[in-house]
Design a protein around this ligand. Structure first.
Ligand code: ZN
Length: 222
């Protein structure tokens, strides 16, 4: 179960919060505008802090903040992550830890999921698992070849395993999870050459928004 997460920031390092899922009211006011910037996203000319460059800098002490001109792929990632954030907000409104996921294939959303562990009394009801299940059912195939999994929080070991089994082409996440993340933080399961499938990982897409919805959720629970 999620026990903490962090937003990677070169200036502040990793902020980590403790908490467990439990509904707290008055949350929606604080998160309403979180995805708005991405809705007005322009595919060219807007600068975007490269999450990949940032992850290369992790653990190596202070580094300058690299920026890259956004590519159309990055713009798509941002737009899809904004939609995953909508799923996270749905989870929040249901009293679950706000994490959302999407499966996108050929520019089409084929699966959506939001964290539902409490409502479902199911420790496997993570957003990614539910999105992968919906996608596989929609496509009639457990192999989601060519699909990209988007999730607002770095996936855990279980969800990375599911992504490998689904043969997804890519995994894109928002906020890093230094206590449970298995894509880059604790393990690099999706890039482990000993496994029979690998999926490139992009982290840090809309990480501030994805982390803020979680931090606000836990802060209001205190
Ligand atoms: Zn998971």
């Amino acid at each position: 179960m999620l026990s903490g997460f962090g937003v990677q920031s070169p200036a502040t390092g990793s902020r980590t919060f403790e908490g467990e899922s439990r509904f707290s009211e008055h949350l929606r006011d604080g998160v309403q505008c979180l995805t708005m910037p991405s809705l007005h996203y322009e595919s060219k000319g807007q600068r975007f802090d490269s999450s990949r460059a940032r992850h290369r800098g992790q653990g190596g002490g202070p580094t300058s903040l690299p920026t890259t001109i956004v590519t159309s792929a990055d713009a798509d990632d941002t737009q899809c992550m904004a939609l995953a954030l909508e799923e996270a907000r749905r989870a929040e409104s249901e009293g679950e830890v706000p994490i959302g996921a999407l499966v996108v294939l050929d520019g089409r959303i084929v699966g959506r999921g939001r964290n539902q562990v409490i409502a479902a009394s199911d420790p496997t009801a993570h957003a990614e698992i539910l999105a992968l299940r919906e996608a596989a059912a929609a496509l009639g195939n457990y192999r989601l070849t060519g699909a990209t999994l988007y999730v607002t929080l770095e996936p855990c070991a279980m969800c990375c395993g599911a992504a490998v089994n689904a043969r997804v082409a890519r995994v894109v996440y928002g906020a890093a999870d230094p206590k449970a993340g298995a894509a880059q933080s604790l393990y690099r399961l999706l890039e482990d050459r000993r496994l029979n499938h690998r999926a490139p990982v992009t982290g840090g897409v809309l990480q501030q928004e994805c982390g803020a919805i979680l931090s606000e959720f836990f802060q209001k629970r205190r």
